[in-house]
Write a protein that binds this ligand. Structure first.
Ligand SMILES: CC(C)(COP(=O)(O)OP(=O)(O)OC[C@H]1O[C@@H](n2cnc3c(N)ncnc32)[C@H](O)[C@@H]1OP(=O)(O)O)[C@@H](O)C(=O)NCCC(=O)NCCS
Length: 194
């Protein structure tokens, strides 16, 4: 359903630039840095993410991950990005726009993570602010959604400062860290103020 999409993904997608950061599709060459950052951030990330499979950080699992990303992108189902710091090119985190619904919805759901050592430097704020216009204009999405656990102060603050509005509360919405957990539901419309 690429009907409303303005970018062609038979060609590599251009990088998206933001304030001090750059977003681009993950590549196999990112594996070592990605695995090292995720391992170093395990304790910081796992309370807020689906349980990591035991082989998650292996090269084979990363290869399968990239294959899935490419398939999803071709099908206009999801777009995955890694976030790099401009200053030195370091990989700092990741951002995914997934579960894209076309037709009368024109909506997608955001997920994000920051490496522990890079947290609270404004990188995810910059990454989201760069992604939002791309999602609204290039992908023609009308509505961006995100959900977070009520105690996730970092995620709540991130969403609220980037213009997302709290719309609801979903009971046992996602299985996070091995347990079904309630979530706050947020969304940002294309017509919301920049
Ligand atoms: C949520 C997350 C991606 C934010 O990334 P980040 O790069 O640290 O975010 P930023 O530095 O852009 O900060 C965004 C806002 O959140 C605030 N913030 C960041 N960490 C915070 C924390 N632990 N407690 C309270 N506020 C926090 C920042 O101060 C900033 O607000 P401000 O500008 O008013 O000061 C990161 O904390 C993370 O990966 N957390 C673990 C995984 C996770 O929660 N994933 C999302 C699941 S929904």
């Amino acid at each position: 359903m690429a009907f409303f999409r303005t970018v062609s993904f038979s060609e590599p997608m251009p990088a998206i630039t933001g304030n001090g950061i750059m977003l681009r599709m993950p590549q196999m060459a990112d594996y070592a840095e990605w695995a090292q950052l995720r391992e170093a951030s395990r304790g910081f990330l796992t309370p807020w993410e689906p349980t990591w499979p035991s082989d998650d950080l292996t090269r084979g699992a990363f290869r399968r991950r990239l294959k899935r990303y490419a398939e999803d992108q071709r099908a206009d189902l999801a777009y995955a990005f890694m976030v790099f710091r401009n200053e030195d090119g370091a990989l700092v985190g990741g951002l995914t726009l997934a579960n894209i619904r076309r037709g009368v919805a024109q909506a997608g759901s955001l997920g994000y993570w920051m490496g522990a050592q890079f947290a609270r430097h404004g990188f995810m704020t910059a990454a989201l602010r760069a992604l939002i216009p791309f999602a609204n204009e290039n992908l023609r999405l009308h509505r961006l959604e995100a959900a977070c656990i009520p105690g996730n102060d970092a995620s709540i603050r991130l969403l609220e400062k980037t213009g997302f509005k709290r719309e609801g509360y979903a009971r046992e919405y996602l299985c996070i860290n091995g347990a079904w957990q309630d979530h706050l539901l947020y969304a940002r419309l294309r017509s919301d103020a920049p």
